[in-house]
Design a protein around this ligand. Structure first.
Ligand code: PMP
Length: 374
């Protein structure tokens, strides 16, 4: 099998799975129980929280465990909207967000909020003139992803924050960092709220996190036994411990991992450039882990299944909007055909040179066959 869909989800690293299994077996006591089994679990929980906080350079009370990035995004946007609505009813998001952000925005519109969508340039970066126009005194929140899940375009969050603050110094900045963590050095302190997910960093599914600056007050999405808790219920200790381990491994040796992935990216781009109807949807701002291409005139699903028959796995755009045109590619190039024919190849430091070669061989074979049928 050649798996090149690491941005949809990653396999769980064996050492992370070991932690999950060990904690499930040996720490089954509820961390909230008063007896010794509970105390033992609670100690492990606290040490996992400490580790996560240290890795992110924040305090233990500055993050909330969630079931994944979708929940973290919900808690960020709805939590801010419900707490701060008396200061304004406008929220700004980019035209390069993950579908979960747009789903929440639709709901916010029903609640009476006005959503302003910021343009991106052909290089996939926020159009700062448009951002300046859209952030007003009534804007309570801006949400801009750190790395786009379809093209890998990276946003300069520090500059985004400066631009926002010039217009409205109270405006809160959220960033969906799901595709950034473990790929590039990002700092959650560049923003006020940041979402991430375990299954994108070789950890288990069903766990994620929202970083929350200590000065912010979020309205919870759910209510439980303890007042004020943002994620009530029994803490999923095996998930939390394995998330901490996955995060530690993900942020280790980023530079070395990046170099390996960059070589594969360059090799694939050089090879595919021979085809005039294969467009490479990338810019100097894109991380090398995600390579988005358009196969002009070929249906992406046909091509994906053709690769699959050679046991090679890629996706069309994001796994969450498969089958739809790519919003991100459309907003970069304003070309419908280009946005309807996208394939996303996502690479990892675990990718082998032989896998890249197998992908390119299968690509050539299938492209020759399917481009003749156009
Ligand atoms: N945001 C981004 C940028 C993503 O890539 C994803 C996963 N496709 C999500 C949010 C949703 O993450 P989760 O599956 O953890 O809910």
């Amino acid at each position: 099998m050649v798996y090149l869909d690491y941005s949809a989800t990653t396999p769980v690293l064996p050492e992370v799975l070991d932690s999950y299994n060990k904690v499930t077996e040996e720490y089954f006591g509820n961390p909230n129980s008063l007896h010794s089994l509970g105390v033992k679990s609670n100690e492990l929980l606290e040490s996992a929280y400490t580790q996560i906080a240290e890795l992110l350079g924040i305090k233990k009370n500055e993050f909330v465990i969630t079931s994944g990035a979708t929940e973290a995004n919900n808690l960020a946007l709805l939590g801010v909207a419900n707490t701060y609505r008396r200061y304004g009813n406008r929220i700004v998001v980019s035209k390069m967000e993950h579908p979960s952000i747009y789903g929440i925005c639709k709901h916010l519109e029903k609640m009476g909020f006005v959503i302003d969508y910021v343009d991106v340039t052909e290089e996939g970066v926020i159009d700062f003139d448009d951002l300046k126009r859209k952030v007003t005194k009534d804007t309570i929140l801006v949400s801009i992803c750190s790395v786009n899940s379809e093209t890998g375009a990276r946003q300069p969050l520090k500059t985004v924050r400066q631009v926002i603050r010039k217009n409205n110094e109270n405006c809160i900045l959220h960033s969906d960092m799901t595709q950034a963590i473990g790929k590039v050095n990002v700092s959650v302190q560049d923003v006020d709220l940041a979402s991430m997910s375990g299954h994108k960093i070789y950890g288990p599914k069903g766990i994620g996190l929202l970083y929350k600056n200590k000065n912010l007050v979020l309205t919870p999405l759910m209510y439980g036994a303890h007042e004020g808790e943002l994620h009530p219920g029994t803490p999923p200790l095996p998930l939390i411990v394995s998330f901490a381990k996955a995060l530690r491994l993900a942020v280790k040796d980023i530079q070395k991992k990046d170099e390996a992935v960059r070589k594969y990216h360059e090799k694939i781009v050089a090879h595919l450039s021979q085809y005039k109807d294969v467009l490479i949807n990338t810019s100097k701002y894109c991380v090398p882990h995600i390579l988005n291409i358009s196969l002009m005139g070929i249906k992406p699903e046909t091509f994906i299944h053709a690769l699959e028959s050679d046991d090679i796995y890629v996706s069309s755009n994001t796994a969450c909007s498969s089958g739809e045109p790519s919003k991100s590619v459309y907003n970069m190039y304003k070309d419908e055909d280009r946005s309807k024919t996208t394939i996303r190849i996502s690479l990892s430091y675990l990718t082998l040179p032989s896998e890249v070669s197998a992908f390119l061989d299968s690509f050539d074979k299938n492209y020759a066959r399917l481009s003749n049928l156009k």
